[in-house]
Design a protein around this ligand. Structure first.
Ligand SMILES: [Zn+2]
Ligand SMILES: [Zn+2]
Length: 390
């Protein structure tokens, strides 16, 4: 690890103040109006940055380096969750029922601090740095897709993002140097239309509960019988509703589920298999159905070159023990959408373990992170940009 001269440019105290402000004023996905205004104002207080808004509640900053060169995008997501905060922090949410329970407040503060440092290093930069404060990561179809579709991002050579997670040692930078970092997440909703009848005369009806259970049993054979054992995927049925009385066969049943994959072909194959199971089973029983299948977030796949560069940079600015081998997370992220524009690196920033006093996972109403962790996020981002544009 080497101390860099620019470490002293990191606005550490200010960064924690920003983080606490955003934590106290969380806003839901697609409604980040005050958040994006605040970010815009803070960015506007820096020198040499151009600000635009690819969508109503996202903010894009552009820093043109002194010399021509490559172009890199850094991303932070800025939205909060419909969770009622129970942390007891003195800067807890002032917006009842809304909470920064996924740490996007920390992502925002880290990227603001990184941007502030980079604006001051503009005279050394060969190329362009862009910073995107992205809305609506938590709600399908996700803000990343909209930003990519806005057409405001051009000719990018790399995109870097991070996510803070409790469960990982505070301040560690965990980078998978090749391959999947998150799973992709898709979802389906199914309504089976049977025919209601008296519970004592099932032959008069079409029982949607029987059709539904047959479908669910077959869905559970997809992973075990139709995909290779080493190809990670999960098919979960999380909803099954039907009927109200013991002696009435209901008309309809509704089923909903979630599909996680890391391989694009498997993702398509599982969707096709689900459609086939639903159609064939409903046909067999004479039921009709409506199946709504949503392809939501693809898996985030790290590019070996960019991810190795970020890891090298983390090792340069952090003690070795703070850069352990990276592991995948089973959750999903709309960051994958930027893969359409350039090679990606997404890394996990440790927000504290249970032993360190941070026992609650992301999305918990008691989610608290170690604020000292933020600094290592900034150091890793700044050094990665400097090396990429050197
Ligand atoms: Zn989340
Ligand atoms: Zn998140």
């Amino acid at each position: 690890m080497e101390t860099q001269p620019w470490f002293k440019l990191i606005p550490q105290e200010q960064m924690i103040k920003w983080r606490r402000y955003f934590h106290a004023h969380p806003e839901l996905s697609f409604k980040e109006n005050k958040t994006s205004k605040e970010i815009t104002q803070i960015l506007a207080s820096f020198d040499q940055i151009t600000i635009t808004h690819p969508t109503p509640t996202s903010v894009l900053g552009t820093i043109k380096g002194a010399y021509p060169g490559k172009k890199i995008l850094l991303r932070a997501d800025i939205d909060a969750l419909p969770v009622k905060e129970e942390t007891g922090l003195d800067f807890a949410s002032q917006n009842d029922g809304v909470m920064h329970a996924c740490g996007h407040d920390t992502h925002t503060a880290i990227l603001l601090a990184t941007t502030k440092v980079l604006t001051q290093l503009r005279s050394q930069l060969h190329g362009t740095v862009q910073v995107i404060f992205q809305h609506a990561e938590e709600q399908v179809p996700g803000g990343a897709k909209e930003i990519v579709a806005s057409g405001q991002l051009h000719n990018l050579d790399a995109v870097i993002g991070l996510h803070i997670m409790t469960g990982l040692k505070a301040g560690t930078v965990n980078i998978v140097t090749d391959g999947p970092v998150t799973t992709g997440a898709d979802a389906f909703d199914l309504t089976i239309q049977g025919k209601g009848s008296h519970g004592s005369m099932p032959q008069e009806g079409i029982d949607p509960i029987t059709v539904g259970t047959e479908i669910i049993n077959q869905l559970h054979t997809i992973t075990s019988r139709f995909t290779p054992p080493k190809d990670l995927n999960v098919v979960t049925v999380g909803k099954f509703h039907s009927g109200v009385a013991v002696n009435v066969l209901p008309d309809t049943a509704t089923i909903g589920g979630s599909v996680r994959t890391i391989d694009e072909d498997t993702r398509q194959a599982i969707a096709n298999r689900i459609k086939k199971i639903v159609k064939n089973t409903c046909d067999t029983y004479g039921a009709s159905y409506q199946l709504d299948y949503q392809f939501a977030y693809a898996a985030v796949i790290n590019d070996p070159k960019i991810a190795s560069l970020v890891k090298r940079c983390a090792l340069k600015v952090l003690p070795k023990e703070m850069v352990p081998a990276g592991t995948m997370m089973s959750a999903s992220e709309d960051f994958s959408a930027y893969g359409k524009l350039a090679p990606l690196c997404f890394f996990l920033l440790g927000g504290g373990t249970e032993e360190e006093g941070y026992p609650y996972s992301n999305h918990s109403p008691k989610f608290i992170i170690a604020e000292d962790a933020l600094l290592n996020g900034v150091k890793t981002e700044v050094e990665s940009v400097l090396e990429f544009l050197s």
